[in-house]
Design a protein. Sequence first.
Length: 129
Amino acid sequence: MAAIPNSSAPSFADDLASATPAFSPLYQQIKGLILQSLQSGEWKPGEAIPSEMDLAARYRVSQGTVRKAIDELASGNLVVRRQGKGTFVATHAEQNIQFRFLKLVPDSGTPGSEGPAQREIIDCRRLRA
């Protein structure tokens, strides 16, 4: 029986396994990998990220899968698309984000996990007019 070579270099499968839960659509998995690259500082704010074609080759998926992942990142204001120029990491300059909210980590969906905000009915009365 032949021994399987032990490679210390991380593979795409290792990256994919660490970036996703047990099951999620492929574009969500690719979105997670791109998000990891953004969080690690591989691409700096204002800097262009690789083209859809380059990312598709890097992750060995279709260009449409990469496009859908980038569309979600763009809708979350993490990247900015510029037609004919490429996709860039959002800079979030203070004067431009008056009403923009950014959340890199998804909400777990459990009550009380959002933070210190609480709901409480303090008083409830019916008055006659």
